[in-house]
Design a protein around this ligand. Structure first.
Ligand SMILES: C[S@@+](CC[C@H](N)C(=O)[O-])C[C@H]1O[C@@H](n2cnc3c(N)ncnc32)[C@H](O)[C@@H]1O
Length: 338
């Protein structure tokens, strides 16, 4: 398959992933096609090119520690030739249920489940999860970008529902602390109270909440960016993976897209696998996985800490010297990690 997107002329600072015609067969060769039962060892570290609804029955029982599902939202959207059509809320709930029930068998009893959606798809996701699992929370993340509308509010947040099949589950708050700038640096007896004084400024570590406003969507100046129309940021997946899985746990994504879940899981030392129906997206994901062997950095996450947008020292330094522009021509989301 030719990578149409790779043939486009890119701006000099555009770091969006491309796959050359020479590379393409190498990555295609690595893709897994499943036509019968497989073990977790067969699929570990692999990208399965197929339709989750057709292959879920071939996947092994109780292998998933963490399920991250980012399905098509209830919007009309073209995923590289395969269009998902907007439907009624009831029909969307039926669609969600049709694949979700097939995944239940694959989950460990102690597994965690995250399902991504927008405001419109959110009630259906709640309805379906509530039928089969214990709902634990709803994360809202501010994705910054969004189209303005003439007679409506701009849509710039998304939800991620968190649920578990059972009462016992893994959760590591300490792994997802957020480092924020201190606005009112209070001292007791001259000593910083609950914050740290550093050469780069004053910071405090805060507990993560279910509102995430510290994430930039992938921009063309970021090395993680691909041409996938709904790519999630690695930083977002990193939060889910670090909070809800231990090193070595198995992370599975049935709607892998450009591979963000698997790439981030690999960078964080988890086992992983995922399914994607579109072969070109799979090939992009393979290239990202290959790159992750040399570069384990995750933009916005460093030294075990999630940095507020642009608060990491290197990001500020780059901004001062006119660092790389993002898709909107600003510097936000510049290269904190390179
Ligand atoms: C919202 S996107 C996921 C984006 C992904 N999280 C990323 O960061 O790139 C949904 C993906 O599901 C894929 N898809 C849709 N139906 C599918 C199916 N039945 N089986 C497997 N993949 C499917 C689409 O091609 C699309 O890439």
């Amino acid at each position: 398959m030719e990578n149409q997107h790779a043939l486009h002329q890119r701006a000099p600072r555009n770091r969006t992933l491309t796959v050359s015609p020479e590379e393409e067969p190498i990555y295609r060769e690595r893709l897994l096609n499943i036509t019968g039962p497989v073990t977790s060892a067969d699929i570990e570290g692999r990208i399965i090119n197929g339709d989750i609804e057709q292959i879920a029955g071939f996947l092994p029982e109780a292998f998933i520690d963490l399920l991250i599902a980012d399905p098509p939202y209830n919007l009309t959207k073209n995923f590289n030739g395969r269009e998902f059509r907007e439907r009624s809320d009831g029909e969307y709930a039926e669609y969600l249920e049709s694949w979700f029930v097939k995944l239940l068998r694959l989950l460990k009893k102690t597994a965690s489940i995250y399902v991504c959606c927008d405001w419109k798809s959110s009630p259906a996701v709640y309805q379906v999860l509530n039928r089969y699992a214990i709902i634990r929370n709803r994360i809202t993340w501010q994705r910054e970008k969004g189209r303005g509308a003439g007679a409506n509010w701009k849509n710039c947040v998304e939800d991620i529902w968190f649920a578990t099949p059972g009462r016992e589950y893994y959760f590591n708050t300490g792994a997802v602390m957020v480092r924020r700038k201190v606005i009112a640096p209070y001292r007791a007896g001259g000593i910083p109270k609950g914050w740290e004084e550093t050469e780069e400024g004053n910071f405090r570590l805060t507990h993560p909440s279910n509102f995430w406003d510290d994430i930039s969507v992938p921009y063309w100046s970021m090395p993680e960016n691909t041409d996938h129309p709904t790519q999630k940021p690695e930083k977002l997946m990193a939060k889910l993976i670090l909070a809800s899985s231990a090193p070595g746990d198995f992370v599975f994504d049935p709607f892998l897209g450009s591979g963000t879940t698997s790439v981030t899981a690999k960078k964080l030392g988890r086992r992983y696998s995922g399914v994607e129906v579109n072969t070109e997206y799979c090939i992009w994901a393979e290239k990202r996985l290959r790159r992750a062997e040399e570069d384990r950095s995750i933009q916005g996450y460093r030294d075990g800490i999630f940095w507020e947008r642009n608060s990491a020292p290197r990001a500020r330094a780059r901004k001062a010297d006119g660092g790389p522009p993002d898709k909107r021509g600003g510097t936000e989301g510049g290269n904190i990690q390179e």
